[in-house]
Design a protein around this ligand. Structure first.
Ligand SMILES: [Zn+2]
Length: 245
């Protein structure tokens, strides 16, 4: 199939079914706003089918089998927190997390088939904090690591994972720590980013990780305008409480 240069969007409506408690920052509206931001770019929407078996096979490239099974069982029991207070779940969280993975591997398939050269995968729940055996930081399955593993399996690489968040993508880094065909580049502004830097200085990091992990500090952009400031301050200031997740 001939590749097109227009942007392809891979997402799924079931991503909206992950519903943490009211007021939680990682809410369905986040995804709606992100997708709306692509209006006017001439993007095409990729039809994505959620096949549980295919998604689980992909998940197992980055996670222990116990994680999806524990999440499925917990979601069947209704709203609660899962693994940590940062990870509230609803009945639809498991299906939403499967849909996020399905969209990710569908996007990889389009690239592999040369049907697309630029694919954006706006999905939720997010993934880059999800460890091999447990959820963390709003994340359940590491979509970025899973998509990267799929790319590498198909012979597409090397792969650079550029991580944009206020925290470093701890789980993605951990997953690819010894990889030679994938580099991760955390670009964050919170103290947690210093942790991998400390690991490198201490000599605990493998040499390949020293080559493959690069810190790209970003200029802080989370500012508070005078209108938003509770004190009506006219000066902008950095957020003192970056959201987790
Ligand atoms: Zn985060």
């Amino acid at each position: 199939m001939r590749a097109t240069s227009s942007l392809l969007i891979a997402t799924h409506e079931e991503c909206a079914d992950h519903r943490p408690f009211p007021g939680h920052p990682e809410r369905p509206q986040r995804l709606q706003a992100a997708i709306k931001g692509a209006d006017g770019l001439g993007a095409r929407l990729l039809p994505v089918t959620v096949n549980e078996s295919d998604a689980l096979r992909a998940i197992l490239t980055a996670h222990d089998a116990t994680l999806p099974e524990r999440l499925r069982t917990a979601c069947a029991s209704g709203p609660q927190v899962f693994d940590s207070d940062d990870n509230p779940i609803s009945e639809g969280t498991y299906r939403a997390a499967l849909a996020a993975v399905a969209a990710s591997i569908a996007a990889v398939g389009e690239v592999d088939a040369r049907a697309a050269t630029r694919v954006w995968i706006p999905v939720r729940p997010p993934g880059h904090h999800a460890l091999r055996d447990r959820a963390m930081g709003f994340c359940f399955f590491n979509n970025a690591a899973i998509a990267t593993e799929d790319l590498l399996k198909r012979g597409i690489g090397p792969v650079a994972v550029v991580d944009f968040d206020v925290h470093h993508g701890n789980a993605t880094q951990q997953h690819f720590w010894n990889a030679t065909t994938c580099s991760t580049s955390p670009s964050t502004d919170t103290p947690s980013i210093r942790e991998p830097a400390r690991e490198m200085r201490s000599g605990r990091a493998p040499a390949v990780a020293l080559r493959g992990t690069t810190r790209w500090p970003l200029v802080p952009t989370m500012t508070r305008t005078a209108a938003q400031s509770p004190r009506g301050s006219r000066t902008s200031s950095r957020s003192s409480h970056p959201l987790r997740g």
